[in-house]
Design a protein around this ligand. Structure first.
Ligand SMILES: [Zn+2]
Length: 734
């Protein structure tokens, strides 16, 4: 494998951006519908901080783990002698998911090598790939079809195709294929490309004879991981249309069709079975340009984030999607499977490539990364053991994996998460540089003699400093998170006159000289975001960081303590205290909460009844009119918002005693599913989807968080691209 071909393939897979496009191999395909690009992992180095600490613990595990023990089942499966001791957990010789961890390990080793250039990880990956190639070559001798590579017999697929019970055979195949493709793309292992290509051929052999009905109604009923994603990625690398055709055989109509029409029918489905299907859809959009795939992915993201996501960025209870907006009544020890969040971050990243104007994608990425993924790993574990779930019941506690006797899905995705933090800090398009996350790191911009070093102790301080090395033109786009109460931007000590709107980018477009320094500092506030289903239940955030109450050995038994929100005050760095029904509560960042019981959610001392504001007839413009309703929401009027830019309904004199995020509930009537966008003090705010109420005389409500100034605010609601719901009134939380 020539280096030039490797880089070309990586460009096509969306792993490396067009700065290297000149080296693209003729066989590779360029992603469609993408307007921003990732740097290769080798371009970004993590510097001292919590993310590097996490990564180093996982790297220690990657160095430690014995690949011969993990290969035991693969070798036994094809009659290759092994003296290794089998391992336990989900990799034990009797577990039907055996083999999946080898895929995760391949990916983690490839990422570790790409990010650190430490050849020990490459050597280990090469050895693993060579051993797997030998197992694949021996498959026909056991009566398996050519290209078959697994740690269990091929008759698992006979069982799958005939509707018999079997755990998730294609899920495991996907992990191995994805790991091999990553070994090729990130570590330059050409043998890995041969092995994964042969596996893709086997998938085609296996699925081609099956009718569409058998695929849809039998095979796809069982969890199959990211089969459409990895096959599409292989198509982008190889241009072999067979891989795309095979990928599309895994398009699961039962899940994708409702999403194409923006219907939330996720309740009752296993969450992490579905998220990879949607990652497949966005990759199929990038491979084909078919916008239906893009819409499926964008709609899914909006539905999951707005209606199925907890305050820490996680989703699912007992691994399943619950009814929309069921949050406060779905708190347990089995909330927020970490794989789900790992996969939501993958999806979010692809959607950001597709539409970088959606800064809320990045706000979510930061929220889930800092408030779930970073805290998934046990800091006391030198091997970076991780949690499976993130319990959110009052009195929950995190529990962790181990070296050789767990090998759960989350042990695997944990290896991946903790070796790729460098992949989402910076992005680029031409000479535009996006600074999305505040993580200490150094970017060495490929093909340009420019480095950007980010020094930050965020979230200990809400500030970051970028120092430019080398010189040249950069349109530097600094993310201003939605949670800020204000931001100051300085270049070489001089304050810049820029508008730092929360949830946007500030752009500094200039030719930079070596040694130029950019300082950004953010204002932050305490907020108490409430759950969608119970305005009396909420959590505590300071800026973008989620704080949880320390409860030591006290099992609260699921009973939420009541927190007197007005008493919550700073008690030092990354520490707050407040009066709670259990006594004085000590709150620390949730990502630092380990080895003790905690509560993330609280009963809040004051319900989020807040202040109610009626749509005012005098403020209605354009086609807007006012019509009376029965007052089902408690209001007297409905603002009737037409279809067009001039049609808005306005709420003036919305008062707030503090700047920052406030919970705003809209009461609306809408016979059909619609959406409405906030404009707050003239700046764009969130867009909320309003599901059908079933009739125009029925009032529904939907809640979102909106940043307000201290003092008087003007909130305007409208929809420039289609009909909006009729809005009756809004309630603004304190
Ligand atoms: Zn999992």
């Amino acid at each position: 494998m020539q280096r030039r071909t490797l880089l070309g393939a990586a460009v096509a897979a969306g792993v490396i951006g067009p700065a290297l496009v000149a080296e693209r191999a003729s066989a590779a395909r360029t992603d469609a519908g993408v307007s921003v690009f990732a740097f290769p992992l080798s371009a970004v180095t993590l510097n001292a901080g919590p993310f590097l600490d996490n990564m180093n613990r996982t790297l220690a595990y990657l160095s430690f783990v014995d690949i011969d023990r993990l290969l035991y089942n693969f070798r036994v499966n094809v009659g290759i002698a092994t003296s290794a001791q089998p391992v336990g957990g989900w990799e034990s010789p009797m577990t039907e998911l055996r083999g999946h961890s080898v895929g995760h390990l391949l990916t983690a080793l490839a990422q570790a090598y790409a990010n650190t250039r430490n050849t020990a990880y490459k050597t280990k990956g090469d050895n693993l790939v060579a051993a797997l190639a030998a197992c694949q070559a021996a498959s026909p001798s056991r009566g398996y079809h050519t290209g078959y590579l697994s740690a269990y017999p091929e008759n698992f697929f006979d069982r799958l195709e005939s509707g018999q019970s079997v755990w998730a055979p294609y899920y495991t195949i996907h992990k191995i294929m994805a790991g091999l493709l990553d070994q090729y793309l990130l570590a330059g292992n050409s043998q890995a490309l041969s092995v994964v290509t042969a596996m893709a051929g086997w998938v085609k052999t296996r699925t081609d004879p099956l009718s569409s009905s058998t695929m849809q109604n039998v095979v796809l009923r069982t969890e199959f991981g990211g089969m459409p994603e990895v096959l599409t990625n292989l198509y982008q690398v190889s241009s072999n249309p067979d891989h795309l055709t095979t990928a599309q055989r895994f398009d699961h109509a039962q899940i994708l069709n409702p999403l194409a029409s923006n219907q939330d029918q996720l309740s009752g489905f296993h969450a992490n079975t579905q998220i990879p299907k949607i990652i497949g859809a966005i990759r199929e959009y990038h491979a084909t340009g078919t916008t239906r795939y893009r819409d499926i992915a964008a709609n899914f993201w909006d539905i999951v984030i707005r209606h199925h996501t907890y305050v820490n960025g996680g989703n699912s209870n007992g691994e399943y999607f619950q009814t929309p907006d069921a949050i406060a009544r779905q708190l347990s020890d089995t909330t927020c499977e970490c794989c789900n969040t790992y996969n939501m971050l993958k999806l979010t990243r692809q959607l950001f490539f597709t539409n970088p104007a959606r800064v809320d994608y990045v706000d979510y990425y930061e929220n889930a990364l800092f408030n779930q993924i970073l805290g998934q790993q046990d800091p006391n574990s030198s091997h970076g053991f991780v949690t499976y779930y993130t319990p959110l019941r009052a009195g929950g506690i995190k529990t962790y994996t181990n070296d050789y006797n767990s090998f759960t899905c989350d042990h695997g995705t944990g290896m991946e998460s903790n070796t790729k933090y460098a992949d989402s800090i910076y992005f680029f398009a031409g000479e535009t540089l996006y600074v999305n996350l505040f993580i200490a790191s150094t970017l060495t911009w490929p093909a340009r003699s420019i480095t950007v070093t980010q020094a930050t102790s965020f979230p200990t301080t809400n500030a970051t400093r970028l120092t430019i090395g080398g010189s040249g033109h950069i349109a530097l786009k600094l993310r201003i998170p939605a949670w800020v109460t204000g931001a100051t931007v300085q270049v070489n000590g001089a304050t810049q006159s820029v508008t730092a709107t929360p949830g946007s980018y500030v752009t500094l477009d200039r030719t930079w000289a070596s040694g130029d320094v950019v300082d950004v500092s953010f204002g932050a506030a305490l907020t108490f975001p409430r759950t969608n289903d119970d305005a009396t239940v909420g959590a505590v955030k300071y800026g973008g960081i989620l704080y949880a109450g320390e409860y030591g050995n006290t099992d609260l038994g699921g009973t939420l303590p009541t927190l007197q929100t007005a008493t919550v005050t700073s008690a030092g760095s990354l520490h707050f205290t407040g009066s709670a029904s259990t006594g004085t509560a000590s709150l620390i960042p949730f990502y630092k909460m380990h080895h003790q019981r905690y509560t993330v959610y609280w009963k809040m001392s004051s319900a989020n009844t807040g202040s109610s504001y009626e749509a005012e007839a005098a403020t209605l413009a354009g086609q807007a009119a006012v019509r009376s309703v029965s007052g089902a929401s408690g209001g007297a009027v409905v603002g009737f918002i037409g279809n067009g830019t001039a049609n808005t309904v306005r709420f003036t004199n919305v008062s707030s005693t503090r700047a920052g995020s406030h919970m705003v509930t809209i009461y609306y009537a809408s016979g059909a599913a619609r959406s409405v966008t906030f404009t707050v003090n003239g700046a764009a705010g969130p867009t909320v989807a309003t599901p059908s109420t079933g009739g125009w005389s029925t009032i529904g409500s939907v809640t979102t968080n909106v940043n307000l100034n201290a003092g008087t605010n003007t909130i305007q609601l409208g929809n420039t691209t289609g009909w909006a719901p009729d809005v009756d009134r809004i309630v603004v939380g304190a």
